[in-house]
Ligand binder design. Structure first.
Ligand code: NAD
Length: 360
């Protein structure tokens, strides 16, 4: 029996996680494993109910399960609260409490969604890349401060990485590359930054353990250009926290719709937290128009990585691909295809998986 903790969060979060949980149940039924769900509060919903964005009960439930499925947090009504009381503090807090140091963001263009990309992809190969971002170190967590020197105010942040911090994320990226096309690109700014030179040396040291993976290095500015020029040249990209933050948003944009992009945040072992890349979309909450596919694809990543149910994950992804040929939520609307709501899209993914089951 696998135990999943569901953190619906705010806005469209509860709608899309409820749908993804139904998809997980259907996948469990089809592939003969048991799955149980426990629910906990995070973000604005937790502030309203318990006065804190990350109740202890939520951390306990997450630490006691096999994987966490998260919707999104945040909304205007909590925007005026102090930083550590805002919904986003709950999100950062749960990542820290669970030791989630690796953020995996796949970015791909489904063949039927080529025209949704801002790139001219009609006559180009489709792309399917994975950005592995270090999530708990670097400049976002380094020493920072402000001061005044000779009457002139200044501020600073520090990029610092220890060798073990680099080694663990890079090993994870090499292993991912081994299970994909065997190519890994490490992104840094080694022409300028000492921390990047150290990053690159460490990556090269580790590469000796993975002779079957073809390793390349790119400076981050070049990588940003290459992503819009020819994204299909990449398979797995590994990089630091700040570079990964920026490059993964760029990769999200070129894939077309924010409503399609899943993500995984992993700690040691197979434990992970899975969530769509988008936010809580308060403007469409409760209207049954949110695209549930990013969360459903996050559930597929959960099955593959944390539960090692590869066949079930593949079945969800292939159901999503087939359903997209016939119907769309409003964010990915296309002339000639049926426009459906969140519930109908979710039901179609489930029914496609079940139909395939009957055929077998
Ligand atoms: P957003 O991603 O919530 O929305 C941006 C736009 O995309 C909106 O027009 C929204 O309607 C649309 N959109 C987002 N997801 C969609 C989906 N699944 N289907 C269809 N359309 C979708 O970003 P925002 O508007 O900048 O932020 C809204 C709130 O979400 C803020 O409080 C922000 O802090 C929070 N947020 C949370 C997370 C997270 O929980 N990981 C991430 C980003 C933003």
């Amino acid at each position: 029996m696998y135990k999943i903790t569901v953190l619906g969060g705010d806005g469209i979060g509860p709608e899309i996680t409820a749908g993804a949980a139904e998809v997980l149940k259907a996948a469990a039924e089809k592939y003969n494993f048991d799955i149980s769900f426990d629910y906990a509060l995070l973000g604005g919903a937790a502030i309203d109910a318990c006065g804190t964005p990350l109740p202890e009960e939520t951390v306990k439930k997450c630490l006691a399960c096999d994987a966490v499925l998260l919707g999104a947090v945040g909304g205007e009504r909590w925007d005026s609260l102090a930083g550590d009381m805002r919904p986003e503090a709950g999100l950062l807090g749960i990542r820290k409490a669970l030791g989630l140091y690796a953020n995996l963001r796949p970015s791909r263009v489904f063949p039927s969604l080529r025209s949704a990309s801002p790139l001219k992809l009609e006559s180009s190969p489709c792309f399917d890349l994975m950005i592995v971002r270090e999530l708990t170190g670097g400049i976002y967590f380094g020493r920072r401060g402000r001061g005044e020197r000779n009457g002139t105010p200044y501020a600073f942040d520090t990029e610092e990485y220890s060798k073990p911090e680099i080694e663990r994320i890079v090993k994870l990226a090499f292993e991912l590359a081994q299970n994909r096309s065997g190519r890994l690109c490490s992104v840094d700014k080694a022409n300028v930054l000492e921390s990047s030179r150290f990053w690159r040396e460490t990556v090269i040291d580790i590469s000796a353990q993975y002779p079957d993976v073809e390793l390349s290095h790119l400076y981050v500015d070049n990588c940003a250009m290459q992503l819009v020029k020819a994204p299909w040249q990449f398979d797995v990209i590994v990089t630091s926290n700040i570079f990964g933050d920026i490059l993964s948003d760029e990769a999200a944009m070129i894939s077309g719709s924010i409503g399609m992009l899943p993500s995984a945040s992993l700690s040691d072992g197979s434990f992970g937290l899975y969530e769509p890349v988008h936010g809580s979309a308060p403007d469409i909450a409760g209207t049954n128009t949110a695209n549930p596919l990013a969360t459903i694809l996050s559930a597929a990543m959960l099955l593959r990585i944390s539960l090692e149910q590869e066949a079930a994950a593949n079945a969800i992804e292939s159901a999503v691909e087939c359903v997209l040929e016939k119907m769309r939520t409003p964010d990915i609307y296309e002339d000639g295809l049926l426009t459906v709501g969140t519930d109908e899209m979710t039901a179609a993914v489930i029914s496609h998986m079940r139909r395939e089951n009957n055929e077998i």
